[in-house]
Design a protein around this ligand. Structure first.
Ligand code: AMP
Ligand code: TRP
Length: 327
């Protein structure tokens, strides 16, 4: 096989994916799928940890997420794509790991404290939410994955997963490798307002977005506020349109920089050039989406086939785990 190792990564099916998700996560996964044996889970149980009250949308979100992944270029011939809740071994391992995970490790997890404060309108002081990182550790360890491509925000969870591994291996017998994060090489993608592109800021361009919608959004972006008239020189450093040119229109960036500063190009024109680039960038993604969206049954079949293969791998680990624990 000659693979470099085994990968698990996942996303919570909480809605349509945007260009930040594509650039910061999916495009990296696509590149890894030949070099590693890859397991990619749509983690619907994790979606429950904060969204246990609105469960009826999760199923639909799972299918949409699968289509976003496929349209990004994940290839079911080269990686496994499946729904977490179709592989019950995740739940069994989560339960067993929960027995050996001290409460203090979970309570001091920075993401736990942050989320409790941020989502104060929801009651997430639940057993399930506290155990979020234990379930995440189970996702990874049930496949004995050694490599986990994630964003920086997930590093505390991976540290916890390694602590759980060390404790398990010490208490019973060496069973799991310590999983390592693989940070994506791409920077954080700014959104339409210059802040990090994020669903919660309402500043996103969706992967599935129609070209007209993308053009409309770009046209309404705020540029250098000091540049009131067309003949005023602009400052690209404070302009969110320019920030996106730097990522999606590298070859024209230098020229735009110069032209903006001497009022050689107007904002309307500059935005149009960005919109053209974005539409061009999204075209192959849309092309793949059209094919999959036509055939929802094929998507369900692919998830089922992915889960069947994932279960085989997970069953091997679980037999070993039960044996190690003397169950
Ligand atoms: P989220 O749904 O925000 O947890 O994001 C899912 C994945 O997309 C994570 O791996 C994030 O690191 C990545 N991601 C989300 N927003 C951005 C962004 N604006 N730029 C780069 N990566 C992002
Ligand atoms: N917590 C991750 C996120 O919010 C999603 C996730 C769940 C995950 N289980 C995982 C990521 C296992 C990597 C490995 O993005």
């Amino acid at each position: 096989m000659g693979k470099k190792g085994r990968i698990f990564s996942g996303m919570r099916p909480t809605g349509r994916l945007h260009l930040g998700n594509y650039l910061g996560a999916l495009s990296a996964w696509v590149e890894l799928q030949d070099d590693y044996e890859c397991f990619f889970g749509i983690v619907d149980w994790h979606a429950l940890t904060t969204g246990y009250e609105e469960t009826e949308i999760i199923r639909e979100n799972v299918r949409e997420m699968a289509i976003d992944w496929l349209s990004a270029g994940l290839d079911p011939e080269r990686c496994l794509i499946f729904r977490q809740s179709d592989v019950k071994e995740h739940a069994e391992l989560h339960l067993l790991l929960s027995m050996i995970t001290p409460l203090s490790w979970l309570e001091r997890c920075p993401t736990y404290k942050e989320q409790l404060a941020q989502l104060s309108e929801k009651d997430i002081r639940t057993y399930g939410f506290l155990g979020y990182p234990v379930l995440m550790a189970a996702d990874i360890l049930v496949y004995k994955a050694d490599t986990v491509p994630v964003g920086e925000d997930q590093l505390p969870h991976l540290e916890l997963a390694r602590e759980i591994v060390r404790r398990f291996n010490y208490l019973y017998r060496p069973t799991f490798p310590e999983p390592q994060a693989k940070l994506t090489p791409y920077p954080v993608l700014p959104g339409l307002d210059g802040r990090k592109m994020s669903k919660s800021y309402g500043n996103v361009i969706l992967m599935a977005e129609e070209p007209e919608e993308t053009r409309r959004k770009v046209a309404s972006m705020i540029t250098d506020p000091q540049r009131a008239r067309r003949k005023d020189p602009g400052n690209p450093e404070v302009c969110s349109v320019f920030a996106l040119h730097k990522i999606f229109n590298l070859e024209e960036t230098e020229g735009i920089d110069v032209d903006c500063r001497r009022a050689g190009i107007g904002c309307v024109d500059c935005k149009k050039r960005l919109a053209d680039k974005l539409v061009e960038y999204l075209a192959p993604i849309h092309e793949r989406r059209r094919i999959w969206a036509k055939d929802p049954d094929a998507v369900e079949d692919l998830l089922a086939a992915g889960a069947a293969k994932a279960r085989e791998a997970a069953a091997v680990t679980m037999a070993e785990v039960r044996h190690a624990m003397g169950m």
